[in-house]
Ligand binder design. Structure first.
Ligand SMILES: Cc1ncc(COP(=O)(O)O)c(C=O)c1O
Length: 397
């Protein structure tokens, strides 16, 4: 194993069983057996960068945890990160804080649409996108991504047709995309924004995975496309996916248009009375300040884990693994060997693995699984080896 990867895993790798981890200790909520090897929910077995741990320790040593303001130093660190990596120039007045990106899009859907109005999503996609439409009584409008040679693209003509026909008001977009692993190119995002602006659709761009991309696929931030789209755009991002901070409940809602900020603020007044997360802010700031080297090492681990997976599955020509340009998730179709009706049994009884099932992400994906690769190589090896062993038995049949 490469020395950087070994060093990173030795320094930051951590066991999480029996630490009240949803991923490790919350299996029984979704799966038949709580002893499965967890390769599902998107968080990791890595500790935060050392400087971040130190910043948290210092803040904890202070001992008082009353309501917190967002310090100027937080904005500085976050804005410098966005400028350096994505060429985005943020302004303090654009920013709102939230306890999580999922909460944020639930609020935006409700603040910017009325019950029964159309909200579009592009399937397959992170399943809370569906919930934010269906559980709030809005009308779900779906356009399927198009898959060709294990790579997905948007169906622009269908998107525009449905926007018009179904009178879509909001489109929730995942960029980079969970689960299919696409890092959308500038030209694709421009085409999407142009369609949405033309038809007065507000785009909610969930960019929580934007830092987790491979070298040759840098993420394009929607806000870098230009001011002409600002009145039709709200961006959601956070340090939480990148740096494994989800439990610290700190994320951003970026609203570059003043009128949209008024609408949001009026709605948020009714639902978001939470203060800022004191420790979330401390951790986030330190990550943006000191986390870049840690992140590049993490991406090397993910790349190597993904290579292990792809090489192992190459022995099974009927398994389809999506081309991963970003995220730390692998999107895999096992349908050539395992029928949909047997997928749960295959994964949980035969492989003893907990994965996200494709059907959670959209209709037509019931032979797919999503595997989380942001973990120690020993777990990826164990998980992939189990998968391969059981697939081999199926192949022989
Ligand atoms: C696309 C996407 N959005 C949002 C989230 C969750 O964000 P939060 O924990 O801030 O609600 C995830 C988690 O995996 C995700 O993949």
């Amino acid at each position: 194993m490469d020395k950087t990867i070994r060093d990173f895993c030795e320094t930051y790798g951590v066991e999480r069983k029996q630490t009240n981890s949803v991923k490790w200790d919350g299996l029984s909520e979704k799966f038949s057996n709580d002893q499965l090897l967890p390769m599902w929910v998107a968080d990791m077995e890595f500790k935060v960068p050392k400087q971040v741990e130190e910043a948290l320790m210092n803040r904890v040593a202070h001992g008082a945890f009353g309501y917190s303001l967002v310090p100027d130093s937080y904005y500085e660190a976050f804005f410098a990160w966005q400028k350096r990596r994505y060429g985005v120039l943020l302004k303090e007045e654009w920013l709102r804080f939230s306890t999580g990106v999922v909460n944020s899009f639930f609020w935006i859907v409700q603040g910017f649409t009325q019950p029964n109005e159309g909200v579009m999503i592009l399937s397959p996609v992170y399943y809370p996108f569906y919930d934010s439409v269906e559980q709030t009584g809005r009308r779900l409008v779906v356009s399927d991504l198009i898959e060709k040679n294990d790579r997905y693209t948007m169906n622009f003509s269908e998107i525009e047709e449905k926007i018009v026909k179904e009178q879509v008001k909001v489109l929730i977009h995942c960029s980079p995309h969970n689960p299919v692993g696409r890092v959308w190119e500038r030209q694709e995002l421009e085409q999407l924004m142009a369609i949405c602006a033309k038809h007065e659709v507000l785009v909610v761009s969930d960019e929580i995975h934007q830092d987790l991309t491979s070298h040759n696929h840098p993420a394009v931030a929607m806000l870098s496309l230009g001011e002409q789209y600002h009145s039709h755009l709200i961006v959601l991002n956070a340090p939480s996916k990148t740096f494994n901070l989800a439990g610290l409940l700190n994320s951003h809602i970026i609203i570059p248009d003043e009128h949209n900020r008024e609408i949001y603020d009026q709605y948020a007044e009714k639902v978001n009375k939470a203060a800022n997360s004191t420790l979330g802010l401390v951790a986030g700031e330190a990550c943006y300040r000191y986390g870049e080297e840690w992140l590049s090492q993490l991406m090397a681990v993910i790349h190597s884990n993904h290579q292990y997976l792809v090489q192992a599955l190459a022995a099974f020509p009927k398994v389809k693994v999506s081309q991963r340009e970003g995220t730390y998730l692998a999107w895999i179709d096992l349908g050539g060997y395992v029928p949909a009706s047997e997928l749960v049994k295959f994964m949980e009884e035969e492989c003893q693995l907990a994965v996200d099932y494709g059907e959670w992400f959209g209709k037509g994906y019931d032979t797919y699984i999503r595997l989380n690769l942001a973990t120690l190589p020993k777990y990826v090896k164990e998980g992939v080896d189990r998968l391969v062993t059981q697939l081999a038995k199926r192949q022989e049949k």
